[in-house]
Design a protein around this ligand. Structure first.
Ligand code: ATP
Length: 251
């Protein structure tokens, strides 16, 4: 479960267009991966950072799938239970697998500060040991900003960093619109998109999706039909769906 070649089922059918907003971030990561894989500008590590639920994993997994390289993902929090020696061995083996499968994208999702003494250190050691010019890019995602202050960002490690922000008003609107467009015969005019995109200031992309799901659940509970989803259900859902983070509005 820690490792897979290919991608997780959640993103297996997702496309670049499913990432709402993040146009610059998408382009930046795409360029880094492409230039490195083509041997034009080598990049060893890219750190994606920003609030939770705003698309770091989505971005990494979908873009990696779009390049001709093996994709290996490690969900770092699960390594914490393994203990120092076992996790170090695991990480070493992962790098070996990536080397054998090269070109490869190795993605460490959910890096957190407290394991820096072993998981993080081992990742850095393995990055140092990679053969120069080998076509391996290490991506890592974190929502802990302290990480970027650590040795992680030293040249040769994660010297490329991409901030993945919370969605602005326009993108919150798009997330709601997209959700509604997938429902059977719901038209945008039964919900007030301007009102909702304003009311969700400070929400992460995942929070906005959660709001939509909560509103839909209310509609189904009331009338057993998704087509009856309306402004009232969203207003009701707004009473108990809140932002999961404290973030500045970045618009
Ligand atoms: P964490 O730091 O908690 O790992 P994350 O930034 O990696 O979070 P994801 O796991 O990529 O966030 O996204 C969480 C959920 O929110 C997913 O279901 C994803 O589909 C949705 N989501 C996040 N960002 C976007 C976005 N920009 N466009 C569309 N959906 C998004």
């Amino acid at each position: 479960p820690l490792l897979f070649r290919g991608i997780s089922s959640a993103t297996a059918t997702a496309n670049l267009e499913d990432i709402i907003g993040l146009e610059d971030e998408k382009q930046q990561l795409q360029d880094i991966i492409q230039l490195s894989m083509e041997g034009i500008v080598e990049t060893r590590g890219v750190l994606l950072y920003g609030p939770p639920g705003c698309g770091k994993s989505l971005l990494a997994e979908i873009l990696a799938r779009h390049c001709p390289a093996a994709f290996i993902k490690v969900f770092v929090p699960r390594l914490l239970n393994m203990g120092i020696n076992a996790s170090a061995k695991f990480i070493r083996e992962i790098f070996e697998k990536a080397d054998n499968a090269s070109p490869a994208v190795l993605f460490f999702d959910g890096l957190i500060d407290r394991e820096k003494h072993f998981v993080l250190n081992q990742i850095l050691v393995e990055m140092d040991c990679l053969t120069p010019n080998t076509k391996i890019i290490v991506l890592a995602a974190t929502n802990q900003l302290e990480i970027i202050k650590s040795s992680l960002t030293r040249p040769g490690h994660f010297d490329q960093q991409i901030f993945v922000p919370s969605p602005n008003e326009i993108n919150r609107r798009k997330i709601i619109e997209t959700f509604i467009s997938k429902l059977p015969s719901i038209s945008d005019d039964v919900v007030d998109l301007d009102f909702l995109s304003q009311k969700t200031a400070g929400f992460t992309a995942a929070d906005v999706k959660q709001l939509c799901k909560n509103a839909l659940r209310l509609a189904i509970k009331e009338s057993r039909s998704a087509t009856k989803l309306s402004k009232t259900h969203f207003e009701e859902a707004l009473k108990f769906t809140h932002s999961s983070v404290t973030v500045d509005e970045n618009e």
